[in-house]
Structures are given as structure tokens and as C-alpha cells.
Design a binder for this molecule. Structure first.
Ligand SMILES: C[S@@+](CC[C@H](N)C(=O)[O-])C[C@H]1O[C@@H](n2cnc3c(N)ncnc32)[C@H](O)[C@@H]1O
Length: 260
């Protein structure tokens, strides 16, 4: 198994730098507020949108490569559920260069998967990767040494989240890992308020206007429902994981590591 260099987000050659247009989707007043969806327009600006909206996103992507080095096993499958443009898969397969490892990216947005295939073909032409345009609730998971769900569980109906995690647990090898990254909600109102304010400040610092922040919030309101940290730990336990830890936090965004 060959290991590559950690993908430094500051590297101008990284996928995020070279493939992104500026996100101005919510810059002008929208007459009618439509629920947020992963359309062509979103996919075109997605790298810029996610890095200016999710504190710590670049760090999570880069460190996924390190986690990949630790957990990926030869002759196994690695799943990236809700892969979007393939940033997580790219980080992992750049770190673990082993053709016996099959990387499987899944996303139900045609706009995302079409672009994802092109991005991965360009940046990791020799890696063993398949991209499926499918609902992550319908795909089979087996022989997995690592499963990544990076900022995607929050888009599933709450009633389906445990079912998916049970399927992930069943499909992991013993000693295999799940990385689950999510936006958090907070049970205490004061804490919710504090972290919401910090998140909006992060967006302002990245050049988003008040109009952009408020229109995006309304569009996501019914579509992305974050859970509390307690709910995540409890649900992962119910899914079968007994070894769960939080390895990353940036304001109200976290990433958890669950080992089978
Ligand atoms: C915030 S993005 C994920 C970002 C990506 N994991 C990354 O690290 O760059 C959420 C993605 O999940 C996908 N998605 C949402 N619900 C899904 C589902 N039920 N099945 C498959 N993909 C889904 C969306 O199309 C979108 O591309």
C-alpha cells in the first residue's frame, strides 16, 4: 500500500482552488423562497460555497486523508456517502494508493455525480473509484474498512438516519471506521444562540452579506435538520457502535469517529 502526501488546503493545485466559481446564488433578493437543492447551479459553485459556509471544512477534508491511512485495509471497500464533487474521496485516495481498494462515492444529485466523475478523473486518474448516482438509503454496503458521511446525514429524513447507520455498521469489517461530520444543534438555547452567532460571523468574515445569510438560512430550513451531539452519540450506540469519539470541532460543526 503506497501512501501520498497530506493534501494541504493551502495548496493552489488542490481541487478546491482550481475547480470553483464564486457562490453568489443568494446575493440578489429571491421573490419566492424555494427549498435548497443540489442543482447544477449549486454544483457549479459548491467548493466555494462549502468552504465559506462550513468552518473547518478544509481541515476535515485534509485530515480524512490521515484517517484513511490509519483505517483503510487492502482488498476492502471505502464509501463516501453524499460525495458531492468527491473532495473526501480525493483526499483519501491521494493518501492510500492501492488498486485493491475500491473507493465508492454515492450521491443522489445528477449535477454532483456528473461533475464528481470529471473531477476525480482529472485529479486521481489511476485510482480505483466508482461513482453511483443513487440514494444512500438504497445502496448496499459491504466489506468496508472505512465509511465517510461528510455533512450529509443532516439532509436525510430524521426517521431514516438510524436505519442508514445500522446498514453502515453491518457493512463494516471488524475494526473498520465510520467518519460522521455534521452541523450541530444545541439543546440549551443560550448555547444555540452563541454558536449560531459565531457561524454567521464566520460567513460574514468570508464575504457573505446579511441577505445571502438570511436567504440561504430560509432555503435550508426544512431541508437540513441538524441533531445535537447527544443525539448523534445515542444513535451511533443504537446502530451498534460502542467506540465513538469526537475528533474535530469548529464552532457548530463536528466530526465523529466510530469504530466497529
Ligand atoms: C453538504 S453535501 C456533502 C459534502 C461532501 N460530502 C464533501 O465533503 O464535500 C451533501 C451531499 O449529499 C447529497 N445527498 C443528500 N441526501 C442524499 C441522499 N439521500 N442520498 C444520496 N446523496 C444525498 C447531496 O446531493 C449533496 O451532494
Amino acid at each position: 500500500m503506497r501512501h501520498g502526501k497530506v493534501n494541504n488546503p493551502a495548496n493552489k493545485d488542490s481541487m478546491m482552488e482550481s475547480d470553483s466559481s464564486k457562490d453568489t446564488l443568494f446575493a440578489n433578493p429571491h421573490n419566492q423562497l424555494v427549498d435548497f437543492a443540489f442543482t447544477d447551479a449549486v454544483a457549479d459553485v459548491f467548493p466555494d460555497m462549502i468552504r465559506r459556509s462550513v468552518p473547518g471544512y478544509d481541515a476535515v477534508i485534509a485530515l480524512l486523508g490521515v484517517i484513511a491511512r490509519q483505517y483503510i485495509q487492502p482488498n476492502s471497500h471505502v464509501y463516501d456517502l453524499g460525495c458531492s464533487l468527491g473532495a473526501s474521496t480525493l483526499s483519501m485516495c491521494q493518501q492510500v494508493q492501492d488498486s485493491s481498494v475500491q473507493f465508492i462515492g454515492v450521491d443522489n444529485s445528477v449535477a454532483m455525480t456528473q461533475r464528481c466523475e470529471k473531477v476525480l478523473q482529472r485529479h486521481a486518474p489511476s485510482a480505483n473509484i466508482v461513482i453511483h448516482c443513487a440514494d444512500i438509503e438504497t445502496i448496499d454496503i459491504n466489506n468496508a474498512s472505512l465509511v465517510v458521511i461528510n455533512f450529509t446525514l443532516q439532509f436525510l429524513p430524521e426517521s431514516q438516519r438510524l436505519t442508514l447507520l445500522k446498514k453502515v455498521y453491518a457493512g463494516l469489517q471488524k475494526g473498520g471506521a465510520l467518519v460522521l461530520s455534521e452541523k450541530l444543534s444545541f439543546p440549551k438555547q443560550a448555547e444555540q444562540h452563541q454558536y449560531t452567532k459565531l457561524h454567521y460571523e464566520f460567513k460574514r468574515a468570508n464575504g457573505y452579506s446579511e441577505l445571502e445569510i438570511s436567504q440561504k438560512r430560509s432555503a435550508l430550513d426544512q431541508v437540513m435538520i441538524p441533531d445535537s451531539l447527544e443525539t448523534h452519540f445515542e444513535r451511533l450506540k443504537q446502530a451498534g457502535f460502542s467506540d465513538v469519539s469526537q475528533w474535530f470541532q469548529s464552532f457548530n460543526f463536528v466530526s465523529l469517529l466510530a469504530i466497529k
